[in-house]
Write a protein that binds this ligand. Structure first.
Ligand SMILES: [Zn+2]
Length: 187
């Protein structure tokens, strides 16, 4: 899934109805699995790699795959949940829960770019037949599913957000995702 989709869906599903809302721990946990990818992209751009090489060669190279595995680890997210609750640092529990929710959303929507979700226990990758972007692997279906989930989460979140600024940011993110969707499935 696209990173903003994770932020929106996780916030809708995990945000508490009463204070503390845990907004920031949820957003941070939703972002952590993809954080290394942004570092990778910056590194690849700084090296002057062409866009195609970045996503079809460099992305699959070591040590990047090993680095991506850490952020995408379900056991690591569960450890965050366990530590958060045993140490009564509930914000940490929400970071971990949001990481796990991100992983569970990625599991059915990644084909050959699937993550090693069970690091460090196993390097196995679940190759889903459906991709969230690759039109050779039902990408239109995956992208539609992702957009529907984002729109439902947005409809739920918008009236519940407290500040105008946060509503504008959410709306802008959804418009961007919508444009990306049209570019992918359009003619
Ligand atoms: Zn992800």
């Amino acid at each position: 899934m696209n990173t903003p989709s994770h932020l929106i869906i996780n916030l809708a599903l995990l945000r508490r109805p009463v204070a503390p809302l845990m907004t920031w721990p949820i957003l941070i946990g939703a972002f952590i699995p993809d954080a290394a990818m942004f570092v990778f992209y910056g590194w690849a751009k700084a090296k002057g790699l062409p866009e195609h090489t970045i996503w079809s060669v460099a992305y699959y190279s070591q040590p990047w795959q090993r680095i991506f595995a850490v952020g995408n680890s379900i056991p690591l997210g569960l450890l965050g949940v366990a530590l958060g609750y045993s140490l009564k640092r509930y914000w940490l529990g929400f970071v971990g829960a949001s990481m796990v929710l991100h992983h569970l959303a990625d599991l059915p929507l990644h084909h050959d770019d699937a993550h090693q979700h069970f690091w460090p226990i196993s390097s196995v990758r679940f190759i889903s037949p459906i991709s969230y972007w690759d039109v050779h692997h039902f990408g239109r279906v995956g992208a539609t599913l992702e957009l529907v989930l984002v729109l439902a989460a947005t409809a739920y979140l918008l009236p519940r957000l407290n500040t105008t600024a946060s509503k504008i940011i959410l709306a802008a993110a959804v418009v961007l995702l919508g444009v990306g969707y049209i570019l992918l499935v359009g003619p």
